[in-house]
Design a protein around this ligand. Structure first.
Ligand code: SF4
Ligand code: SF4
Length: 147
């Protein structure tokens, strides 16, 4: 998933920030309950409002209306439009940065699912269209040609 230049981490060396994975899969990102807790602690209602939680009594609640004490009852979390409650077609946190680059506007606190996504690692989270994976494949192929 795309990194912001101001927040380099392990992924920044690999991710080419093409945004393709976010554009294709970003609308079905599911945060963990711990992600919700972090956002609640930090007052990040700007993020929380894009998620709805099903509680063990069957009720759906906008995550911005949860308290940390409610989290034990959460059994399912879905990304939705905060106003209509409809499913989204794109991740609302993905921002275009350049002609062909995208950034995650919540990068430092992005969901674990995004944080752990590294499609350039063969066999782990395979996504054949990942620009970094293609680059790594080409480097591997050239190494073998040169050897
Ligand atoms: S939250 Fe960030 S990293 Fe995750 S899909 Fe959206 S833009 Fe991509
Ligand atoms: S598809 Fe690959 S290179 Fe493109 S943003 Fe996702 S992880 Fe980065």
């Amino acid at each position: 998933m795309p990194d912001t230049p101001s927040e380099p981490d392990d992924q920044s060396e690999e991710c080419e920030q093409c945004g393709l994975c976010c554009r294709i899969f970003g609308n079905s990102v599911t945060p963990t309950v711990l992600n919700l807790y972090t956002w609640l602690e930090q007052g990040r209602t700007d993020i929380l409002r894009y998620f709805f939680a099903a509680e063990d009594d069957g009720a759906w609640v906008n995550c911005a209306d949860l308290t940390p004490e409610d989290l034990g009852a959460v059994i399912r979390i879905e990304m939705r439009d905060p106003v209509t409650g409809e499913y989204l077609t794109v991740c609302p946190f993905l921002k275009r940065h350049g002609k062909e680059t995208y950034l995650c506007s919540i990068h430092p606190v992005r969901p674990d699912m995004c944080r752990n996504y590294q499609p350039w690692i063969w066999g782990e989270t395979y996504f054949g269209q990942c620009k970094s994976l293609k680059k790594r494949r080409n480097q591997y192929a050239w190494r073998h040609v040169c050897e």
